[in-house]
Write a new protein. Sequence first.
Length: 255
Amino acid sequence: MKILFNSYQAINIMKGGPKYKILQLKSSLEKLGVTIKLFNSWNNDTYDLVHLFNAHSGTYHYARSLKLDNKKYIINPIFYSKHSHYKVKSFLLAQGLLNSFINGFMSEILMTQDVCRNSEFVLPNTLEEKNMLIKGLGINANNMSIIHNGVEKRFIDASPNIFIKKYNIRNFILHVGHIGAKRKNTYNLIKAINRLDCPSVFIGNILNNKEGMKCKFLIERSNNILYLGWVKHDDVMLESAYAACHSFVLPSLYE
C-alpha cells in the first residue's frame, strides 16, 4: 500500500508537534511494510490514499482539490478550541445563515469542518477532540476513531546524567515548546517561575512576535531560567533533560 503524507506548507519551518508526529508515524508504518511518501507539489506519483495532518486554512485548498479530483484522503485534524462545542456549533449556524445572503465568507472553523466532512475517515488525538468534532462541527461519529499521540521508548529509558553533567543543574522545572504562542501560556509561566526559588530550563524557539518578545525580555533578566534555545528532536540531550527534571510544565490554555 502506498500512502502520501501531507500537512500545511510551513510545517517544516514551525518544527512543532505535528512535524514529529508525521515523521514518527511514517517510520512506524514503514516497519510494517507500508510505503509512505512525504508530499512534493512537483511530484505526480499516484497513491492509494492521502493522509492529511491538520484541518485548517493551511490544508483547506489541498483537501478541496483532492475532493474535486476524486482522490480519497483521511484527516488527523489536530483541532482544538478554547470555546465550548455549543459556541462552535452556534457560530457555524450563524455563518451558514450569513452565507445564504452573502457568498464568499469562509472562517477558519468552517474550513476545518469542510476538510473533515470531505474526508473518508477522521482520526482525532483525544476523546475531547472527538467530542468537539461531533458536537461542535457535526462530524459523523461513525466516521471517526481516536489515535492517541505516543511517546518514543528512548524517553522512557533516558539517562539524566548527560544533561546534569553538561549543565550542572538538577531538580529543575522543564518547559519545552514554542515560546510566544499565546495558547502555550508561556509568558505567565515565566512570570510565575521568576517568583519561585527554583531553577528552570526552557527549550524551544522564541517566536518573532509581541508575545515572544515579552517572554524574551523576562527570560534574559531571570536568575532562575536557563534558556537553551531549540534542541533537535533526535538529540540525546532532549531526552536527558526530560529524565533530569523533577517537573515538566506545559500550562497550555487549550491543548
